[in-house]
Design a protein around this ligand. Structure first.
Ligand SMILES: NC(=O)C1=CN([C@@H]2O[C@H](COP(=O)(O)OP(=O)(O)OC[C@H]3O[C@@H](n4cnc5c(N)ncnc54)[C@H](OP(=O)(O)O)[C@@H]3O)[C@@H](O)[C@H]2O)C=CC1
Ligand SMILES: O=C1Nc2ccccc2C1=O
Length: 281
């Protein structure tokens, strides 16, 4: 297969890394160091959310790396508006709060609506505030998370749409393939970001994963991250363990065969590890 590039271009025109670091449940006391070490290791995408409570610490880790002479354009920082931050005025205030937490960065690269759960009116009002944040230069690109096809099509059909969502961040792994949703995103020019690509850590020691990992002389985590990349997702593996960072990013120099991909695929499985709201009304 042809090599997977380190960067792709989003529909907003901005470059975006093909693997990122998840930061959910990274303790506040560890976040700045993990993020800084991740950037030194070569990560260029940090995924956070107002829900996670460690936005300021992510900003601290990124700033430390920038202070060493690195370029702001080379790192992408994502955050997400939580359900309670939906609604036009509410979202406007929340966006300011998000930016205030990482003010050294100057802007947010990618802002997502965390879920569709608040219903059609709130979803579109929130998105209106997000679009205005792009116009105000607070945010570079906007997108959605946990959206099903009907939520995406609602947004694409909205007469107020000015900036298409660049990504849909959803849980996808070999045990939750969501092929129809992923295909629909791709057909609409929306990149799929894969959260919980390691099954929240629970699939790293799966027997098939372990067998393939041994054959390739890589770790189980690397096999799962590479599976995600070969499905054209942008995986967001999380680790709070500095010694695991390098391995989880060392996923560009080997590839899985079509046969190995087939062995890993579980198209009939349905094993979400977090929440499920792609089917919300
Ligand atoms: N938009 C949304 O609704 C959601 C978004 N997300 C995003 O996706 C990210 C990733 O998902 P997450 O649920 O955290 O789960 P992951 O699938 O990334 O798994 C993380 C777990 O795997 C462990 N792990 C990581 N690397 C290795 C390794 N090389 N060897 C052994 N164990 C390893 C981690 O342990 P340790 O940390 O102890 O090293 C942790 O327990 C989140 O952090 C968040 O940024 C996640 C859920 C929902
Ligand atoms: O990373 C996350 N873990 C979660 C668990 C429940 C709801 C949202 C999330 C996240 O965004």
């Amino acid at each position: 297969m042809s090599p997977i590039p380190k960067l792709i271009q989003l529909s907003s025109g901005h470059a975006f890394p093909t693997v990122g670091l998840g930061t959910w449940e990274v303790p506040n006391s560890a976040t700045a160091k993990v993020v800084y070490e991740a950037l030194k290791t070569g990560y260029r995408l940090i995924d956070c959310a107002s829900l996670y409570g460690n936005e300021a610490e992510c900003g601290e880790g990124i700033s430390k790396w920038l202070d060493e002479g690195n370029s702001r354009e080379d790192v992408k920082y994502t955050t997400k508006l939580w359900n309670s931050e939906n609604g036009y005025g509410n979202a406007k205030r929340a966006i300011k709060r998000c930016l205030e937490k990482v003010k050294q960065l100057g802007y947010i690269d990618l802002l997502l609506i965390h879920s569709p759960l608040e219903g059609p009116k709130m979803r579109l009002e929130t998105y209106k505030a997000m679009q205005e944040a792009v116009d105000e230069g607070l945010v570079k690109s906007i997108g959605v998370s946990n959206y099903g096809i009907k939520h995406i099509d609602e947004l694409l059909a909205w007469d107020g749409l000015k900036y298409k969502p660049v990504v849909n961040q959803i849980e996808i792994s070999p045990w939750l393939m969501r092929q129809e949703l992923a295909d629909a995103c791709n057909e609409r020019g929306i990149e799929v970001e894969a959260y919980a690509p390691l099954g929240h850590g629970g699939k790293i020691n799966d027997p098939t994963v372990t067998k393939i990992a041994a054959r390739k002389n890589v770790s189980g985590a690397q096999v799962l991250i590479r599976w995600s990349m070969q499905k054209k997702h942008i995986p967001l593996p999380k680790t709070k363990t500095v010694s695991r960072l390098a391995g989880n990013l060392d996923v560009y120099s080997f590839s899985l065969t079509e046969e190995e991909i087939r062995e890993l695929d579980h198209p009939k499985a349905y094993e979400p590890t977090d929440w499920e709201c792609t089917d919300a009304p």
